[in-house]
Design a protein around this ligand. Structure first.
Ligand code: 2BA
Ligand code: 2BA
Length: 109
């Protein structure tokens, strides 16, 4: 079994939920916040048998879009705050940041 954690944009989360439901794939949605943009996003936690991992990845890929976003970072990208002038930058967000982890054991009580 694997645990898939996928950080997606809020705009895509309903569509992704529906697509997973249609395929009978169980998931938990967590409200999360991006460390860089400090804007809300959604983290999906999906416990899934190994043989269905690729199906889930395909569903995530086809339901999460890449979008351009113009932002003024609240912290400097270089790390130092000395002489930091906030400057709007365009960043590409998404479609999804996906982590796949082995599950040692799954219990359901
Ligand atoms: P945020 O941290 O709010 O990042 C939003 C977008 O800003 C990122 O899109 C990326 O294009 C840009 N960005 C982030 N950090 C940057 C930096 N230090 N310098 C320049 N640009 C930067 P994505 O890469 O598609 O990430 C979307 C969201 O997925 C992230 O939101 C974060 O919540 C999550 N994420 C991405 N990579 C992650 C990782 N390695 N670990 C945990 N969460 C991650
Ligand atoms: P929900 O997704 O809201 O599901 C609530 C209950 O609805 C489930 O209880 C199950 O009895 C039923 N259910 C959900 N999806 C189904 C499906 N595709 N076919 C038939 N019945 C379905 P539990 O199994 O006790 O799950 C309770 C909550 O635990 C779930 O809430 C979900 O948030 C989480 N969860 C369960 N299995 C998960 C998994 N494999 N990965 C991630 N989260 C899981």
């Amino acid at each position: 079994m694997k645990l898939i954690m996928a950080v997606v944009q809020d705009k895509d989360s309903n569509r992704l939920s529906n697509a997973l439901n249609v395929e009978g794939i169980r998931a938990t949605k967590l409200a999360s916040t991006g460390g860089f943009l400090r804007a809300g996003n959604t983290t999906f936690m999906i416990g899934i048998e190994d043989e269905s991992v690729e199906v889930v990845l395909q569903i995530i890929q086809s339901n999460c879009k890449v979008r351009e976003q113009l932002v003024t970072p609240v912290t400097p990208m270089g790390g130092t705050t000395d002489s930091y002038i906030p400057f709007p930058v365009e960043v590409q967000v998404g479609g999804a940041a996906v982590f796949i982890m082995p599950v040692e054991r799954f219990e359901h009580y």
